[in-house]
Design a protein around this ligand. Structure first.
Ligand SMILES: Cc1cc2nc3c(=O)[nH]c(=O)nc-3n(C[C@H](O)[C@H](O)[C@H](O)COP(=O)(O)OP(=O)(O)OC[C@H]3O[C@@H](n4cnc5c(N)ncnc54)[C@H](O)[C@@H]3O)c2cc1C
Length: 391
């Protein structure tokens, strides 16, 4: 019997194994993930800001997948593609006949000096918890230090992650001010972004609404300001120095380092895949989610790295692997977006929805949309019990 190895238990990997089981593929399915739990990457900023607990956005992988799937909790070190073996940190090599690589994203620093040493970023549960603990500790420290930089927070980057994080931080300010008896208006939030336009993927009126919302809630937005260096306690951007004892880096993502460590032809650890999501010259190997790069035939630009696309690619890859196992041809990946949601704290946000027409939404109703999207994801990746438990 053939072995299908699926690497990564994020949106893409978990959905792949679920779909393979549904397709009744005649093969041995192995899912490898670093942690025994799945985490909702789209909600990591909420754990970082402390508006959600890790247990709100995680569930046990073994309980979520069918008994037909072998779950291996281990870290992929690299892939010996010539010999079709996955090299793991703790266990022996895993041989495969088909591979679905869904190892996901890491933080991109763009080689800017001091970023790794002097800023915090979040890309999994532990790193998100570390950001939250740093925030609480630094705010608490003000009582003894009276150093105003303990109350200053710089968010580097105004993409979705940076803006969504700022929304959560804004929401937390009143509670933190009360908890640590801070001066009213003492917590200062800065956002520094190299691009001139914030949230360029959204229509102008929605991105403006988001920026106005954050500005009205005390965020100082600095767009068109390229960060040149991060020092201990300060960020250099344009001609300005932003002093803060909390610096959070959210300027973008690259794929897993396992990609370049395994000799793929890659850019920022993303591999251009064929339209059926397989790798050129390796029909048994599929890359999906944030490690893959596929041009959108409509625009010619690469699809963005989103959970929505990762999940759609997982379905397509699983169907294609099942077709190969059965000796049938593969089909091209087709994607239709259902819209984009950018939250601004737990109860607010902006969104475009492409279902039953084209809708532009802003304000409190978007909080409900985001919750429905998140619940649907938990529902589809785990099961109803988990979704109800997270309410
Ligand atoms: C704060 C934030 C908010 C976002 N909001 C949205 C949103 O609203 N909508 C949207 O569509 N997208 C959103 N995104 C993007 C989305 O989260 C990613 O595109 C998505 O997570 C990609 O899914 P994936 O399965 O490819 O990777 P991941 O979710 O990164 O999953 C990768 C999995 O692989 C595991 N893994 C990693 N390395 C190894 C290794 N070496 N060995 C074993 N296992 C490993 C990880 O533990 C993880 O389980 C957001 C991202 C962030 C950070």
């Amino acid at each position: 019997m053939a072995t299908i190895a699926v690497l990564g238990g994020g949106y893409a990997g978990l959905r792949t194994v679920k779909r393979l089981v549904r397709e009744k593929v005649n093969a041995h399915i192995v899912l490898v993930n670093k942690y025994p739990y799945h985490y909702e990457s789209t909600q990591l900023h909420e754990v970082a800001a402390g508006t959600k607990k890790p247990s709100d956005i995680t569930f046990d992988i073994r309980e979520a997948v069918s008994d037909e799937v072998d779950v291996v909790i281990d870290t992929v070190a690299s892939i010996d593609r010539a010999n079709k073996k996955v090299l793991l940190e703790k266990s022996g090599p895993l041989s495969y006949d088909y591979l679905v690589n869904a190892l996901g994203f890491e933080t991109e620093t763009f080689g800017i000096k001091g970023v790794e040493e002097n800023s915090l970023s979040f890309y999994d549960i532990d790193s998100a918890v570390a950001v939250h603990e740093h925030l609480e500790k630094t705010l608490a420290n003000y009582a003894t230090s009276h150093d105003e930089n303990d109350l200053h927070i710089v968010v580097c980057g105004a993409g979705f992650t940076g803006i969504e994080l700022l929304g959560e931080l804004v929401h937390q300010i009143p509670a933190w001010t009360q908890k640590y008896a801070l001066p009213e208006g003492g917590i200062k939030l800065y956002c520094i972004e190299a691009g001139k336009k914030i949230l360029p993927m959204l229509p102008e009126e929605l991105s403006k609404w988001a920026v106005d919302y954050l500005t009205e809630h005390g965020v100082e937005m600095h767009s068109g300001t390229a960060i040149t260096q991060v020092n201990p306690g300060s960020v250099m951007g344009g001609d300005l120095e932003f002093r803060a004892n909390t610096i959070i880096w959210t300027t973008g993502v690259r794929g897993s380092h396992v990609i370049c460590d395994s000799g793929y032809d890659q850019k920022r650890n993303r591999v251009i895949v064929k339209d059926d999501l397989s790798v050129e010259g390796q029909p048994e190997e599929f890359l999906i989610g944030d490690v893959s790069a596929l041009p959108d035939p409509a625009s010619g630009r690469l699809y963005p790295t989103t959970a929505q696309i990762a999940i759609a690619q997982a379905d397509a890859a699983a169907v294609n692997v099942a077709a190969l196992v059965a000796g049938n041809p593969t089909k091209p990946f087709v994607f239709k977006s259902v819209g984009t949601v950018c939250s601004l704290g737990p109860h607010c946000g902006v969104a475009t929805i492409d279902m039953f027409g084209h809708w532009k939404l802003k304000g409190h109703k978007v909080g409900l949309v985001k919750k429905l999207v998140n619940d649907r994801s938990v529902l589809e990746l785990a099961h109803v019990k988990e979704m109800l438990a997270s309410n």
